[in-house]
Design a protein. Structure first.
Length: 172
């Protein structure tokens, strides 16, 4: 079943290579290293709703604020039996430091090399500056995209309520 999209599904931040993943599409597979040097892949989240959260700039106010909100709202996601995975185009050691400094326990994956390959597969890589756009893909337990939540500006955070609403819609 195709669910409505939340936020802006069309990327207006910069040039994006390829087509953007849309509601109803199967999410592209990924296998990336997390902050603890473990390989994590999309299939690790099979069977449960998942937020695939792309972050452009670790260690910056908006990105850190978004992830602190996700950290502090764990109970919202646990109640919905949902997983959270974050993907940056930064290095694994940088992601490890960022996670340790902020107490982030969910996987923060490095899409550093080949640079931005996963973000490109999802259609949210900003070629002009070499980072992922601020886009979240909400997946059902079969890894089908049920919502796309994004911000059309790097300095504007995504809405927390949009995450909860999109995840709740999967269960209804």
């Amino acid at each position: 079943m195709i669910r409505p999209q939340y936020g802006k599904a069309v990327n207006t931040i910069g040039d994006v290579s390829g087509m953007s993943v849309q509601v109803g599409d199967k999410a592209p597979h990924f296998k990336l290293v997390n902050q603890s040097k473990e390989m994590v892949e999309l299939t690790d989240f099979s069977g449960s709703p998942t937020l695939v959260v792309f972050i452009p700039f670790p260690f910056t106010g908006v990105c850190e604020g978004e992830l602190c909100m996700l950290r502090d709202s764990r109970s919202d996601f646990s109640e919905l039996d949902a997983s959270v995975v974050v993907i940056t185009c930064d290095t694994r050691p940088a992601n490890a430091k960022w996670a340790a400094d902020n107490g982030f326990t969910y996987p923060i994956l490095s899409d550093f090399w080949p640079h931005g390959e996963t973000a490109r597969a999802y259609g949210c890589f900003n070629e002009s500056i070499g980072v992922a756009d601020r886009t979240t893909y909400v997946l059902d337990g079969d890894s089908v995209v049920t919502a796309v939540i994004s911000s059309d500006q790097f300095g504007v955070a995504r809405e927390h309520d949009a995450y909860v609403d999109a995840l709740a819609a999967i269960g209804s």
